[in-house]
Design a protein around this ligand. Sequence first.
Ligand code: GDP
Ligand code: GDP
Length: 453
Amino acid sequence: MSLPIVAIIGRPNVGKSTIVNRLARTQAAIVYDEPGMTRDRTYSLAYWRDHEFLVVDTGGLVFNDDTEFLPLIREQAALALAEASVAIFIGDGQEGPTVADIEIAQWLRQQPVPVLLAVNKCESPEQGLAQASHFWELGLGEPFPISGIHGNGTGELLDELIAYLPPVTDTPETEEIKVAIVGRPNVGKSSLLNAFIGEQRAIVSPISGTTRDAIDTVIERQGQTYRLIDTAGIRKKKNVEYGPEFLGINRAFKAIRRADVVLLVIDALDGVTEQDQKLVGRIVEEGRACVLVINKWDAVEKDSYTIYEYEKQLKERLHFVDWAETIFVSALTGQRVEKILELVNMAAEAHKRRVTTAVINEVLQEAISWHSPPTSRQGRQGKIYYGTQVSSQPPAIALFVNDAKRFNDNYRRYIERQFRQHLGFTGTPLRLFWRSKKVRELESSSANRATRV
Ligand code: GDP
Ligand code: GDP
């Protein structure tokens, strides 16, 4: 999902960077790397209500000054506009509309992008409205009096702005979920597959572009389709002689890579082995969601403590996936097999989940108030400016901080726990990127003290 873009346009010194800064709610513009974007413009992430967007500052647009840079500046502005959903044209209210403003406005009116007109430096309660009203003559509609420095009027401007942004859409829930069944030989993978297929005829669907013998099985429950990945490998096993050491590990690795959710099948009679740990390592590395399936539960002699002892062993030996749900099943009797799919649904949902920047920062703010970031020996404290989810499958959150080195593992784990505790993410790995922020110091000093988390 790429975010909508808002282009900020105006002559030099009208206050564009001040305004971008305020919209982005950080102290300095952050270079937001997104593949496929030209790098020579600065994108800052901003949000208002439910909407997230990128603000791009086009640099000063000058039309009446015939320098050799002019075509370049114009080209930059045109590029920024081409990818923008809406533009904000900024004027200087204390200076009033200039000839250059009129020229730029004329050009903007010919562009296919909606333009809002903001008149900056209108902090004066007596004169603000009058200053802004002079800008009607630009023919860009109603001028919004604002003050980048003090923040007046920016709420009204943003309310108007989000009306032009594409609607916030939820990903449809009916997408197929790709599931890999992996585990050591003889743990019961094919039995489990058969239990899933049951009476219903499996739809076997070859996938294009892969080896001939990679075959998926598609099953359906309550309108949800599950693609069980590369199950030919599981079934074929019966007819082929494998040595006792054969793991089919490469096949498992490939299946993990294609999956949304991995069912790691463990034999209850053998417990967790080194090979299981190896598979877990790969699941985490690939960022796949996971459900731990403890099979052959029917064959275990149980008393009321057995399940707790098992869970304890699992936690110890598979702590890398302590976020995964565990289920005790029997592929042979079918006990709880259908319940696996409920856990798959939950894990898949967490895996592709997107949380708004507003919510992430609420959690961060709360977490920081309980437990402030570590201070270095020199007495300099770590600061988290803000966090934002940069991708999903698996969810990844970037945390923009003053100096990533100041955040030790303990504190990082604390923050991750807070996210998990407050936002769910059961069944999926969660990645946190700690980024020291690239500061573009602003010439204006005291003016830019913006909201921090
Ligand atoms: P840019 O060149 O368009 O990016 O403009 P800047 O953001 O660098 O601002 C240019 C100058 O205008 C700086 O001296 C700012 O302090 C000042 N400025 C920006 N916003 C306001 C405002 O809302 N009111 C007043 N009075 N000055 C402002
Ligand atoms: P795979 O190599 O992982 O595909 O394992 P299989 O599905 O071929 O099963 C290996 C052996 O374990 C077979 O003899 C199965 O009958 C047996 N088995 C599989 N699931 C269960 C189970 O839930 N309970 C018991 N008692 N045996 C099982």
